[in-house]
Ligand binder design. Structure first.
Ligand SMILES: Nc1ncnc2c1ncn2[C@@H]1O[C@H](COP(=O)(O)OP(=O)(O)OP(=O)(O)O)[C@@H](O)[C@H]1O
Ligand SMILES: O=P(O)(O)OC[C@H]1O[C@H](OP(=O)(O)OP(=O)(O)O)[C@H](O)[C@@H]1O
Length: 214
C-alpha cells in the first residue's frame, strides 16, 4: 500500500480528474465527507492534510508520497528533504508582488510586506538588495495594503479577480506555481516499483493534458 499525503482543497480537487484518467476510481475520495484517510483501488492510502504539513509527513516516513503546490515547496525550501517526481501541471497560479495603485515603489522608507509566504518574500527582496519588514498573514492577504497593515503583498494570483475587486495592481510577477508529486527518498528506494507504476500512469495523463491544452 502506498501512503500519499494529499493537500486537501484545491490541490486535491485538481488531482481527482488525473487519477480518474489513470483508471483509479475516486468515488471514495469524492464522497469522503469528513473522513481524512481514504483508500483507493486497494492500493493507495490518501492522507488528507494541509499543504504546509505534506513534507512533515514525508520527512518522518509517515507517508511515501505527497501532492503539494510548488508554492509550499518554495516557502519551505523543501527540495533538500524530499524528491520531486512529477510536475502535475494542475493548480496553476503565480506568485505576485502587488500594492495599491499609485504606491511609490521608489520611496526611501523601509517597506512593509504582508504575506503568507515570508521566506519567498524575503528571498525576493534580498535579491533586490532591499531591506523590508515582513509581516506573516494567514489569509485574506489582499487586505494588508487596503487596511494599512502593509504597503504591499507577496501572494498568489490565479484569475486575478481578488486583486481586481480589491483595486490592487501587480508590481512584479514571480514564479509560476503548479502541484507536484513528491517522495520520501527512503520510500523511493523501498517501494520503487509501486511508486514508478503510479508515476508512469500519471505522467502519461499529464502529457495528454498538455497536448490537449496546446
Ligand atoms: N488561486 C489560488 N490561490 C491559492 N492557492 C492556489 C490557487 N490556485 C491553486 N492554488 C494551490 O492550492 C494550494 C492551496 O489550496 P487551498 O486554497 O485549498 O488551501 P489553503 O490555502 O490552505 O486554504 P485554507 O487555508 O482556506 O484551507 C496552494 O498551495 C497552491 O499550490
Ligand atoms: O486570482 P484569484 O483567482 O482571485 O485567486 C487568488 C486568491 O486566492 C487565494 O486566496 P484563498 O482563496 O486561498 O483564500 P485565503 O485568502 O483564505 O488564503 C490567494 O491568496 C488569493 O487571495
Amino acid at each position: 500500500m502506498l501512503k500519499i499525503a494529499l493537500t486537501k482543497g484545491r490541490v486535491e480537487d485538481k488531482l481527482i480528474p488525473l487519477l480518474e484518467k489513470c483508471g483509479i476510481d475516486c468515488t471514495p475520495l469524492i464522497n469522503k465527507k469528513r473522513k481524512l484517510i481514504i483508500t483507493l483501488a486497494d492500493q493507495y492510502q490518501f492522507i488528507l492534510v494541509k499543504g504546509e504539513d505534506v513534507c512533515t509527513y514525508l520527512r518522518t516516513g509517515t507517508a511515501d508520497l505527497g501532492v503539494v503546490g510548488s508554492d509550499i515547496l518554495a516557502e519551505q525550501d523543501a527540495l533538500e528533504q524530499v524528491d520531486e517526481l512529477l510536475d502535475l501541471g494542475t493548480g496553476r497560479c503565480q506568485f505576485i508582488v502587488a500594492s495599491k495603485q499609485g504606491f511609490d515603489w521608489n520611496q526611501p522608507q523601509r517597506k512593509v510586506i504582508g504575506t503568507k509566504y515570508p521566506e519567498v518574500a524575503r528571498r525576493y527582496f534580498t535579491q533586490l538588495g532591499e531591506d523590508v519588514e515582513i509581516i506573516k498573514i494567514s489569509g485574506s492577504v489582499e487586505l494588508a495594503p487596503l487596511t494599512g497593515l502593509a504597503d504591499a503583498i507577496v501572494d498568489l494570483t490565479e484569475t486575478g479577480t481578488t486583486l481586481r475587486v480589491n483595486h490592487l495592481v501587480v508590481h512584479d510577477w514571480l514564479d509560476v506555481i503548479t502541484s507536484r508529486l513528491v517522495a520520501n527518498p527512503v520510500a523511493l528506494k523501498q517501494k520503487r516499483r509501486e511508486i514508478f507504476q503510479l508515476v508512469d500512469q500519471l505522467n502519461q495523463v499529464v502529457e495528454e493534458n498538455e497536448y490537449e491544452n496546446i
